[in-house]
Design a protein around this ligand. Structure first.
Ligand code: ATP
Length: 228
């Protein structure tokens, strides 16, 4: 990302973001409500256009080559969006078809197994609990095995045990070479999982460091960065 900006009428959501995330990295974008995290993800996914500046995913410009950029990306969105008229498996097959993957059942089964949804494969999505819907969103984001996985506050509403198994799975994907970008409000989550952390505040990156270095900072200073 270079000098990336996004304005919505009166709101200046991103004010010149420069950021490079390396292939294979586990990176956290930390920031309070309204900092611009979701906006940044929308730009990467081609759901909104930058007002200025540029961004690329796996070398694909998010405006010029948005189809290729989007294909390189699997986004786990913050809101629970799902289609109530499909079963879990139908939903994942339908999405596989969108990506031209017509023999994807082995990977779908693996995803369902790893996300503790195997026994819900034939259940209608509307019958799932909130935590299950959230895990389905993770499966949907991964159905085309994207090299880059973006998780927008994925553990909201997921209980502690499932959170741990979700992170174990995401860590495994990272070890297998996937690049992970996680947004979170929680410094502890970023500390536990990520190699590097950027703090976004009012559309600007106010700190960018390796997580271990950030940990060495005084508690007060860290708190100030997160909350102020
Ligand atoms: P949260 O942690 O609460 O999800 P965030 O860091 O993801 O916050 P964004 O959702 O990117 O923040 O919002 C950044 C700013 O842009 C906010 O002031 C928000 O109100 C504004 N904003 C986001 N989307 C739109 C939109 N579609 N139209 C107008 N303003 C928007």
């Amino acid at each position: 990302m270079r000098a990336l900006e996004k304005r919505y009428r009166t709101v200046h959501a991103l004010r010149g973001v420069d950021l490079d995330i390396a292939e294979g990295e586990f990176f956290a974008l930390l920031g309070p409500n309204g900092a611009g995290k979701t906006t940044l993800i929308s730009l990467l996914a081609g759901l909104a256009r930058p007002s200025a500046g540029s961004a690329a995913v796996m070398g694909h410009d998010v405006v010029r080559d948005y189809r290729l950029a989007r294909r390189s990306l699997g986004v786990v969105p913050q809101e629970l969006v799902y289609d109530a008229f499909f079963t879990v498996r139908e939903m994942l097959r339908f999405q596989s078809g969108y990506y031209g993957l017509h023999r994807n059942d082995a990977w779908i089964d693996e995803l369902l197994e790893n996300l503790s949804l195997a026994d819900k494969a034939d259940a209608y999505t509307r019958t799932l609990s909130g935590g299950m819907k959230r895990r389905l969103l993770v499966a949907q984001a991964l159905v085309h095995k994207p090299p880059v996985i973006v998780l927008d506050e994925p553990t909201a509403g997921v209980d502690v045990e499932l959170r741990q198994s979700l992170w174990a799975f995401i860590r495994r994907l990272n070890r297998e070479g996937h690049t992970i970008l996680l947004t979170t409000h929680y410094l502890e989550e970023a500390e536990e999982l990520c190699e590097r952390v950027a703090m976004l505040k009012e559309g600007r990156i106010v700190a960018l460091d390796r997580t271990v270095n950030l940990l060495r900072r005084e508690d007060e200073q860290r708190l100030e960065l997160v909350l102020s």
